[in-house]
Design a binder for this molecule. Sequence first.
Ligand code: ADP
Ligand code: MG
Ligand code: MG
Length: 214
Amino acid sequence: ATAVTNEVIIDWLARFHDIVAKQRAYLTELDSAIGDADHGVNMDRGLAQVVEMLQRQATGPDASTGALLQHVGNDLLTSLGGAAGPLYSALFLGAGAAAGERTRLNADELADSLRAGLVELVRRGSSESGDKTMFDALDPAVEILRKAADDGAGLGPATAAAAAAAVTGREATAPMLARKGRASYLGERSIGHVDPGAASATMLVIALAEAVAQ
Ligand code: ADP
Ligand code: MG
Ligand code: MG
């Protein structure tokens, strides 16, 4: 795809759910180590509902990108449990508000939209870099997306670079001491494990790159 259309967004969420469903045991294992072992189930069940809601929704060619992203944000809020639910919801609501009345996003507009979504996520969770959360995977991904767009990269290479940055960001959470969410209760014992939210957030960015590559 040369632009992020509503079709790409719906495919993005479907792919996100597919990856999460396949990696559900991995997410459960990560959340068993430093949380309450429900992240795999939360994400799998919640995203299955979101995908179903999206398929039932009439997203005609006239629907704006902003409206669709906000719709996803609302669906995530009602379907996704745990700490992660409202945070993923905030990401999509913020991205949708920024996308506005457009009906497709190029790499530059996608970078702006996702950055606005991250600002919303931070407003809700007050996470900072190094807190060992999903933000540590998403922030470098969106930063690389911005750089790629500035360099004139197409959507495909730009989102592929973002996915690679998310993977690096995810792995970098392992040595971190958790400062937000349930894992922070463990103090030093949170060190040495990848953050479950950073892992699922990486799947979100990989799914985006896959949907764009279609
Ligand atoms: P819960 O801890 O309520 O069971 P989940 O298991 O669904 O929720 O999600 C846990 C993930 O949520 C963490 O791994 C972390 O990435 C993310 N998280 C928790 N609190 C915050 C926060 N304040 N800001 C950003 N991300 C957070
Ligand atoms: Mg949990
Ligand atoms: Mg929980």
